[in-house]
Design a protein around this ligand. Sequence first.
Ligand code: SDX
Length: 428
Amino acid sequence: MTDQAPKQATLTIDGVDDPIELPIYSGSVGPDVIDVGKLTAQGYFTYDPGFVSTASCDSEITYIDGDNGVLLHRGYPIEQLAEKSDYLELCYLLLNGELPTADESAAFVDTIKHHTMVNEQLRSFFKGFSPSAHPMAILCGVVGALSAFYHDSTDIDNPEHRKITAHRLIAKMPTLAAMSYKHAQGQPFIYPRNDLGYAENFLHMMFATPCEDYKVSPTIAKAMDRIFLLHADHEQNASTSTVRLAGSTGANPFASVAAGIAALWGPSHGGANEAVLNMLDEIGSVDNIPEYINKAKDKNDPFRIMGFGHRVYKNYDPRAKVMQQTCHEVLEELGVEDNPVLAMARELERIALEDEYFVEKRLYPNVDFYSGIILKAIGIPVEMFTVIFATGRTPGWIAHWNEMISGPYKIGRPRQLYKGYTKRDYPS
Ligand code: SDX
């Protein structure tokens, strides 16, 4: 430890005699933080709608440098993980903090395989949903309902219960996701198979039928695994912060993750991948792109280029670069590299990146811009895109929940700047 005096911020407030000394803490990398806890005793709150400048917690899981387009999971760059790792190895890394040995990896994969089935009672749960229900509505419901089946592991203060719950959620999410799809198709549910890899198994449950199996191409399975990997975690994004806030009340992890799924659904967050494809369909042709770019720049027009912009990345989202490369690989494998939707997306990206509005506001493609094109090419319907995002994000949600619950934490309870009526009497 250096013998330097701890850093402090000094706040002087009109009308307050003594300046307020606020401690400054440093992380291993990234901006220092100012601990404002003392302000409440002085009669002040901080004010930061949308938490643009607020660090809600300490964390050791994921680090993002938005200005330089850096994303690290437990210190490993996403580009290296996408090239050298796979989704289940990243799940292990996010949960445990270190890459697994060969034996640890084999044991983890085997554990996950043996938790992929869901309780048969859940099958009747699905029957209650309208066939036209959005699969995200179903996923929110059935993940929350999982807590009704696992009374044996809902003691959040028991590390073993937290561990098996993490394994159950990672293992069952693809099964529930595929069931959400099959329900909408009016097709029978397909059971998971233990002889298949994680992504391969998901595609099998999505596209196989009792009448014929689904042969998964290794390139498509690898692309699916990489899509899950690229979505695995992203520090304190809206849905992960929702999981932490729900979990901070002591709610069980299934309910907390269900809250995260609900938050992810919004088009400004995980719903953007579905919105990108809907936007490209609306634009219709390359010739219409300039008109839509102008709409996106018009303050009075709510239209935005979906898949563009990010709260943290003010440079290229490193996941988008990997996703773009994967997109080419998949479309080439499928022999549809001259895909008109991809051509439109690439032209939209080219024009936007040259436009001064996007340059000045530092708006770049994010993880959602290309993922939908890959998923559509694989044959996954647009309404399933956010379900895929939720499946990929599950290890991140549960790693953050576990990081919070396994250490000292408080119930999250933000304050407000009240602008309503002061006290007034009910009319006599
Ligand atoms: C994800 O947080 C995460 O880490 C999320 C995520 C994860 O992995 O968990 O990375 C996943 O959610 C990615 C983002 C997916 N959403 C979209 O692609 C939807 C389109 N993007 C925007 O809605 C927006 O960029 C947000 C919501 C993503 C970020 O919004 P911010 O940080 O609150 O920024 P902002 O809305 O204040 O925008 C800043 C300016 C605004 O203009 P001014 O008010 O300053 O004049 O940029 C403009 C915005 O109008 N702007 C856009 C734009 N995004 C922002 N203008 C046109 N098109 C866009 N896409």
